[in-house]
Design a protein around this ligand. Structure first.
Ligand code: FE2
Length: 199
């Protein structure tokens, strides 16, 4: 019974082996499958980052509360929209979209927040590093989409990569500004200052 569905690949039927729908948009099924895997990892990281960003929006305390609360709100709203766009791109490629948090964590290089309490500054720098991780993942996936001449996926991933780079900059700037105000010394989040000192 199930075999009739799995062994034929006629219009509307998915392949039982791969779960891929018979999409005929000019990209081979194996290529679409590889692309869908790359986009799934990107989507999983977006989901984990969305959850972590929203938790900081709720729980942050201290003198930077309002700035962090506002910035994280803008960022988690943007991430929520991106999750939907990425999932729908996976479906357009003919693959099932991941839909369980355990699956997101398995696919994602971004890990859950530590259980120990963080200062506001630590939380912001954690998010900054996570956005950098996401930018690297999106860069790799964009390269794959380029190789496979999938300009639609490449465009979506490139747009998201720019958002992650911008988010990392804004978070880093927030902490650097706070460090200037409280200590008079600019914080170095990327080791640049440390590198200069060694020269
Ligand atoms: Fe809110």
């Amino acid at each position: 019974m199930a075999q009739t569905t799995t062994q034929t690949s006629t219009q509307g039927k998915t392949s039982g082996k791969t779960g891929m729908a018979p999409v005929r948009t000019g990209i081979e099924s194996t290529d679409r499958q590889r692309l869908a895997q790359a986009v799934s990892k990107a989507m999983a990281e977006t989901y984990v980052l969305y959850t972590k960003t929203q938790a900081i929006h709720w729980n942050v305390v201290g003198p930077m509360f309002y700035s962090i609360h506002k910035l994280t709100e803008e960022q988690y709203e943007d991430l929520a929209d991106a999750i939907d766009d990425l999932a729908e791109r996976i479906r357009a490629l003919g693959a099932p979209a991941p839909g369980a948090f355990a699956e997101f964590l398995k696919l994602s290089d971004i890990k859950e927040a530590p259980h120990e309490k963080q200062t506001a500054e630590q939380a912001v720098m954690m998010l900054c590093a996570d956005h950098e991780t996401a930018a690297r993942t999106f860069r790799e996936a964009t390269q794959l989409a380029d190789e496979m001449d999938d300009v639609v996926t490449a465009d979506l991933l490139t747009e998201r990569m720019a958002k992650h780079e911008k988010a990392a900059w804004m978070l880093r700037a927030l902490v650097q500004e706070s460090a200037i105000q409280t200590t008079g010394i600019a914080a170095s989040s990327d080791g640049e200052a440390a590198g200069k000192q060694r020269q």
